[in-house]
Structure formats: structure tokens, C-alpha cells
Design a protein around this ligand. Sequence first.
Ligand code: GLC
Length: 584
Amino acid sequence: MIDRFRSLFALLTLSLLFATDGMHAQQTPSLATSQQIQQDAGDPWWKHAVIYEIYPRSFQDSNGDGIGDINGVTERLDYLETLGVDAIWITPIYPSPQVDFGYDISDYTAIDPQYGTMADFDRLVKEARKRNIGVIMDFVANHTSDQNPWFIESRSSRTNPKRDWYIWRNGKGPGQPPNNWLSWFGHSAWQFDPRTDQYYYHYFYREQPDLNWRNPAVQQAMYNVLRFWLDRGVAGFRIDAVSRLYEDPNLHDDPVLPGTNAYGDPNIEHKYTDNLPEVHDSLRVMRKVVDAYPGSPVLISEADEPNITELTKMYGSKLDEVQLPMDFQVADVNQLSVPKFRELLDEIVHNATGGQPYFFFSNHDQDRAWNRYGDGVHNDDIAKLMAALLLTTRATPQLYYGEEIGMATTPPTRKEDVKDPSGKIGWPKEKGRDGERTPMQWDTSKNAGFSTADKTWLPVPASYKQRNVAVQEKNPDSILNFYKQLISLRRSQPALRDGSYDSLNRQDDQVLSYLRKDPNSGEAVLVVLNMSSQPKTVSYDLKSQGMNAAIVKPLLSNPRESVLSMPLNAVHVAPFETFIGIVQ
Ligand code: GLC
């Protein structure tokens, strides 16, 4: 239902966009008919959704304390609606000592007062729903905070009923941890607790003890957390660090690899702490829990799966696990490599399970795509190229706040300014994740319109004076307006919305091309992404796609095309051009 309204809304937006912007008059997208929209309405909403990740601490501060909050998100819902977002994933807003900025939870069924109240949260869900926007919560299943009452009990004595809710083991000998397992954030994954003379296991910071998922009581408690938020009307969950839920009960040492990491530890393969088969048993139960609720709540998994086999396991053999596993391989190609993108896209789009691909390029844990893919000269054009790649394949796309205006990573320059503990542990090699979490740049006012406080929790990058939402809204050629047009096009063009995906010109290692074809009308959209700094002329023969088309008419491009059509055997693209056209 949401999907259907969203599509109608998108049609209106697109017509308005094209009607009011004279410069677009040359571009004549064929709009979806209401009949087609009706047909699509059979799909679950998340298949066609645009999902937007919000790091609430940095999105909008409504009470002037320098920290973003829930009411701030609510204030900005109109912006998100105009952008064309269907759902927001909010990183953790639960009570937390904030060691890992919310990923260390001390109470799973409450709201941290820093972010607001449960009433604020309910209002956010209600206001979002009015705009056909779902709210997706972060489900931090692998570990809690060491301040969580469960852990406080667990560590109190070896005989406490909650002792087995966490993973406690004897050391190998005095001062020696049980084995060589390492924390993701550096050094041993075992922390000695003198109170009971044992070590507890933590994959992440030592303040984040791992739950023992082999204990049925833990499983039940965590499934009840899902139910608690589903009862409040959330649209689903992004499951944090899900591949790490289980570890080898026999505590085998992980294999040691050559070299050392940024923390100075030996490199290891997390063979006994990552991707154990039991993860899938738990995912199937989680899926059953969400499936018992109306509205097709979605499960999104965070797991940096190393290859297509591991990634597709997340769907479940009967598509009975996660609907949208994040594709870290596509996200982290980290260079404009046409062959690499082509291979990865082909693999996942045509994956054997038929599961829906899920793409993103930026998030709160890694440098923003603007920097990772930019060449230092053409970053804005490349940002548009990446936006097109995100929004024109069959994958459900996920945006990270600020990417729609090309926000850059702005890491701290002095160790004493670092907030993320991983940056303190790893300085200067590893600067932590503050750089990709800086406040949203809304306008040119104080603190970029993020907060009225004199000091914000992270500094606002100086770039906000030029780069912000207000300035980009007024510029028809801005990255923001490009995102809006792409999102509208994705909804209104049946070929982009539901069409098949075929990569073209597979020998070309500079220009990534693919065809999206609507199975009902046969209408096809050609996407041409010139990932090189050279102008190119590309020739397409679509006979093997069963088409006799001779020309392509631009729908959307960067830079703007001056021609009304081009012959398919000579499509000219500028350096780093994004070209999307309809073939005829
Ligand atoms: C996930 C989160 C990251 C967090 C970690 C531990 O990877 O995205 O921000 O630090 O889990 O919870």
C-alpha cells in the first residue's frame, strides 16, 4: 500500500520536476500508467523502497544541546519525503553509556534521554507514517553494554542465573587469555574480570560483552526485543554485526595471517568467531518473528560477507532469513573499476536464490563514498555517477545522510579531538569513524542549521558554507537535485522499477553499461556510466536482448545532453558522464 502511494506521489513529483525546470524540457520520460503501478503493488514494499540511514546524533538537534535527537528527525521528515525516501534506518537511540555511540545498549526497550522520550519516538513513527515513510530500528543482537543490568548480574558471581548469558572462560594461565581471538577494535577479544577470576568475550570494545546466543533464554529475550518495537509500529530492523552472533564453543585459535593490522596486532582470519552456521538458525527465527506482523516488516543484515556464496546464504535457502543483506562487496570496490562492478553486479543481480540485492556506498563506519570514489578533481561528477549506480540497478538502494549533497569525510586532525574510541586506540593510522559522522549540512546558518548550541558533539565541517541542502535545492545541477531526479525516475519508469537487468559491452573496461527492460511493455532503459576521465563513444547492439532499437533518447544525464537522441551505434559520453536514456 505504502508502495502504491509512494509511486503515485513520485509520478506527480516527476511531472512537476520536468514541467517546472525548463532546462529539462528536452527530457521526456514516459511515465508509468496507474495500471502498472497497481500490478507492482503485489511486491513487498522494501523491494522498491529507497532507504535512508540516519545517524541521529548528527542529523538535527532540536533542543540546542549540540547532539541530534528524535524530534530533530521528525522536524526533517518533510525534507526526506521530498527527497523520495520510503524508510529511514535510525542507528541506535536506546539508553547507552555511548562508548560506541549507541552500539553499547544498556536497555533494549527504552529511549536514551539524550535523544528524547518514548512519546517522541511514537510521534516520529506516526508522523513518518503520514508521509509513507517507515522507521527501521537498529537491532544490536551480538552484544550489550557492560552497563546493561543483564551483564551487571552476569559478572556478579559464577553462579548468578545470568552468568551464562555471556561468554565466560578461564584463562590459559596467569595473565593469559583463553585463546588468540582478537577484537575488531584492536587487541585481545577477552577481558579479565578479577571479581570472578574469569575472562569474558567481546568481539567489539571491552565495554561491549558478547551475548551467549547458545543460551535459549538469551534468544527469547532478544526476540522479545523485536516484538516490543514491532508492537510500536516499526517497519523492520537492521541487524547489527549479525555474522558474529556465534563463536566456536571449543575455542580453537583463529589462524594467524602474515602482517599486522592498524592496531599493531597480528592479522588473523576470524574463522571461529564469524559466520558460524548457527547464525542462520537464529535468522530464521527472527524472520518468523517479524513475519507474524502485518505490513511485511523487513530484516536488513549488516555482515561484510567475503563472497557471493556467503552473501546469498543470508537470504536463507528458502528465502526465509534476511530480505535485504547489505552488499559490502559492491560498497567497497573502492575504485572506479568497471570490470569489478560489472562482475559483482552480475553475480548478485542474477543470484541463484532470487533474493533482492541491497546496495549502499556510504555508512557510519567507513569513509564517505565522495572521498573513496572521488579522484580529488571530479568528485561531484563522480558522486552523481555513484548515485546513478546506486539508483538504477535492480537492487534496493540505501543512502547515508549527507551523501545526497556530496558531504565529505572530515576526520579529526588531533588525537585529543577524537570521539570514537577506535580512533584513540589506533591513532594515527586508524583515526576512527568521526569523519563520516559529522553534523548534517542543512544551510549557511550557525552550525549549518544542525544545532543552535555553541559547541556541537562533533565539529561542523567548514565546507558547510558552500555545501549544504539549502544552496543545493536552488541549483538545478546540484547533486541533491540529481538524487531527486534519479529517485523519481526509478519510481516512474517501469523498466527501472521492475525491469530485468543485463550488462552490455562486457569487454569495455572504462564504461559500465546495462539495460533495464520492462517485461510487460518491452520498454528499455539504457544506463551508461563513463568511469574514466576521457570522453568515449560507445556502440550498442541490442539484438541479443531481442531489440531492434536504433536510437536512445536521454531521460537524465550529467552533464546535460544537448541532443534529443543519439544513434545507438555512437553514443557519446563526456568524462565521468552519467547517461540514462530510453531506447527506441
Ligand atoms: C556495527 C556498527 C558499528 C559498531 C559495531 C559494534 O558494525 O555498524 O558502528 O561499532 O557494529 O556494535
